[in-house]
Design a protein around this ligand. Structure first.
Ligand code: FMN
Length: 400
């Protein structure tokens, strides 16, 4: 029997059978979040500690709310790993919600009647379109799954992808380049700078911009408002040729843009100089090709390491713009969907600014796409096979 169209379905990072794919399940205030990652080769080192450290990176950052400390994640590897290494089957991880005891009545999976429905949707959230689509007067039916808490589950998948990429000599670094009107100057972080980035309360390496960013967040919080910003992710060590020009849905820039756009509150994506490049002349917008002792090199890095939907061998550089968070302590106007009367949008505990956290989530999505494309390209049932195929390819490139 032939395969169904769904089995052959295609998406960011590749969902074709035999490739990497992941699925998450769970609600923000449910018992926990589950991540299932399929397609990892056997022998990849995985530890609950490494996953927990990555989750802690996502939780942290100036501007995040009280929930973040409560959220402290307790995780359990449920399958696919034995004695610290993947077995080749699906890897399943559960991240428990420590607040569950307080929520088990409100979020009970057992049959029953609603529990104090939330009838006023919050603008800027999934609430109203979700209520209309799924035919519910209780915004909680929608917002619990739409919550960015789901990005904790993605962080598990991203951390596993990073472990695989490390085997191929690829390192991913995310940082913040703007919060509100404050923009970072100075050099971008290098492959060894992640700890330095993480040491900044706003994940920004420019010390002057960092101070302004912190002050802007504090001012917004005092005024019961929120802030957005821009994050950048750089992938070092990706060999030339990852992705493909041959099909629209295999172009690496398209896959990265889709994956970054899938992060809640991300509203714009740039590859390389992106929008700024559109205002330049062609003579000042591309990276000329030079040949020397190191092989093919470029005099500049404007394209962000991607040409024709494929990596060029230069660092891959992408940016994502995050809107100011939509839950405001100073309620935005809304309407009660039952009474049709005007009402202030409810404000559950919420962040003032989650741009530093979004930099970590963006790392995960970039890692996921690159790992998916590299698995597609190099395959291997064991990590050694995968690494060997990458090394052989690098040798071929060096001889070109
Ligand atoms: C890491 C992270 C944390 C977030 N925290 C909040 C928050 O505390 N309050 C809020 O209103 N939105 C928060 N958001 C954004 C909302 O989840 C998002 O705006 C909403 O789900 C609607 O999706 P959309 O903005 O993509 O349309 C966060 C997003 C991310 C990536």
């Amino acid at each position: 029997m032939g395969r169904s169209i769904l089995e052959w379905g295609h998406g960011p990072g590749g969902t074709i059978s035999g490739m990497l794919r992941f699925l998450t399940a769970g609600e923000s205030h449910g018992p926990g979040l589950v991540t299932i990652v399929e397609g990892l080769p056997a022998g990849l080192e995985v530890s609950a500690d490494a996953l927990a450290t990555e989750l802690a990176r996502r939780r942290w950052g100036h501007g995040r709310g009280e929930r973040m400390s409560i959220e402290e994640d307790e995780l359990e590897i449920l399958g696919g790993v034995r004695f610290g290494r993947t077995l080749g089957g699906p890897v399943a991880v559960l991240v428990r919600n420590r607040e569950w005891p307080d929520w088990q009545e409100r979020m009970s999976p057992a049959p029953g009647d609603g529990f104090a429905p939330l009838t006023t949707p919050r603008p800027g959230h999934a609430d109203l379109p979700g209520m209309l689509k799924y035919g519910t007067h209780d915004a909680r039916d929608v917002l619990e799954r739409a919550s960015a808490r789901e990005t904790a589950a993605r962080t598990i998948a991203g951390r596993l992808a990073k472990a695989l990429l490390a085997e191929a000599g690829v390192t991913i670094v995310g940082h913040v380049v703007a919060i509100g009107g404050a923009r970072a100057g100075g050099p971008a972080p290098g492959p060894g700078d992640l700890a330095r980035v993480d040491a900044s309360p706003v994940r920004c390496l420019d010390p002057v911009a960092e101070v302004v960013m912190v002050a802007e967040i504090d001012r917004a919080r005092a005024e019961q408002d929120t802030m957005g910003g821009v994050v950048e992710v750089i992938a070092y060590g990706v060999p030339a040729g990852v992705g493909s020009h041959a099909h629209w849905d295999r172009r690496l820039d398209g896959l990265l843009a889709g994956a970054l756009m899938s992060i809640p509150a991300i509203k714009g994506v740039e590859v390389g100089d992106g929008l700024a490049g559109a205002g330049r002349r062609g003579s000042a917008a591309h990276d000329e090709i030079v040949f020397g002792p190191e092989g093919f090199t470029r005099g500049s890095a404007r394209a962000g390491g991607i040409e024709g939907g494929m990596s060029t061998g230069q660092p891959i550089r992408v940016r994502a713009a995050m809107k100011p968070l939509p839950t405001l302590a100073r309620a935005l106007r809304s309407v009660d969907v039952v009474t049709k009367e005007p009402a202030g949008a409810p404000a559950e505990r919420s962040d003032t600014c989650a741009v530093p956290a979004a930099a970590v989530v963006a790392e995960q999505m970039v890692a996921w796409v690159l790992a998916g494309e590299m698995v597609r390209m190099f395959g291997g049932d064991t990590v050694g096979d995968f690494r060997g195929a990458v090394e052989a390819y690098r040798r071929r490139l060096a001889r070109f």
